[in-house]
Write a protein that binds this ligand. Sequence first.
Ligand code: AMP
Ligand code: GLY
Length: 421
Amino acid sequence: MKILVIGSGGREHAIIRQLKKNPLAETIYALPGNPGMTEAICLKADPMDISQVVAMATAKRVDFCIVTPDDPLAIGLVDALELHNIPCFGPGQKAAMIESSKLLAKQLMQLYRIPTAAWQAFTNTEEAIEYLRQQPLPVVVKADGLAKGKGVVVAKTLPEAETAVRDMLDKRVFGDSGATVIIEECLEGQEVSVMCLVDRYTVVPLLSAMDHKRALDGDNGPNTGGMGAIAPCPFYTEEIADICMRDIFLPTAHAMMQERVPFSGCLFFGLMLTKDGPKVLEYNARFGDPETQAVLSLLSSDLLEALGAVRDGNLLPEHITFKPGYACCVVAASQGYPGEFEKGLPITIEEGIEAAVHMAGVAEEGGQLVTSGGRVLGVTATGDTLRAAIDKAYQAMDKVHFNNKYCRGDIGKQALRGLEG
Ligand code: AMP
Ligand code: GLY
């Protein structure tokens, strides 16, 4: 079987490693992939160029394609590949709008009474600011469309919120993605990520996870693509999981069926566990990064079979099982990220590392791996306890070297406090 994975990050590397475990996965292509993905053959192409991807997949006689990043999903890469008889894991363009339009997601939640933060949408700056002035602080301002993970501002002050609105609506800092803004209530509580495989009505949750989005220890500094993750999340009890299944996961899948946009793929629920119960912060129409690296490291079932079952419409809960224990993924970034950073610095990894290394922002120069992105790589370790997984991940990180390496020192610390008090 020839498999094509669209994307180039640590998440895709973790998925490829799992696929490789199935003997049927004879060749795995990554488009564009990265030179650290030694298990795959990298195809040089732009995942946003639909006709190029379709032509390549056809030429390589790809049997199954997995589309993970948000942008290709949002422009309808899955629809195009399926039209050319290339079976795909991932939602079509319409279903992917649950992520690519926050307005549509909010409208869906409102219509189907799925718990989320109170909100209003605006296209007019003055009306938005008038509304802002009546809201308690902090308040959240969001761009409707995709904005490379930067479209959400949690504003502590009114001027901060007003600036966010003006940047989005007037200055169009996110282009058309900011043509509509959502102003919403700021929720308080523990944040948890739950990814579910969804095949129309069937919802099979993976292990819960906790991302660490801020650049600096103690959840300080700017938002990033994610500096580390742990799984499972100790705050996400079985009781809460049951509530989420009943009030959020199944109602969302059913709402999409009802609206004639059945979801097939991985539906990511960004949740806030508030004192009034779990509420949806955001939906993503794909696997999360770095949650996937942590969650899949505990997978005990066959990922290829599960993803194939989603595509073919016969997903069963038995397709997804996990080992006991915990996982911790720590990301090594380039100093300066998410702002400016230096590239082209040689990466060395000592022998005997006791963790999985997933490559992300790397390039090759004269046979040597060098840094090329903000988030360079991640190390993921597992252990019987969360503390053991964290310790192993940081020991492994000590064996990774490149100039200007930066990682957070407190991945999983908050979760540990939850477990150990
Ligand atoms: P997103 O880009 O949609 O993943 O949102 C980024 C982050 O903003 C989330 O992970 C939350 O930490 C935060 N956030 C989004 N919406 C809210 C909200 N209504 N209340 C509090 N925090 C929020
Ligand atoms: N870690 C959240 C995301 O992938 O958007």
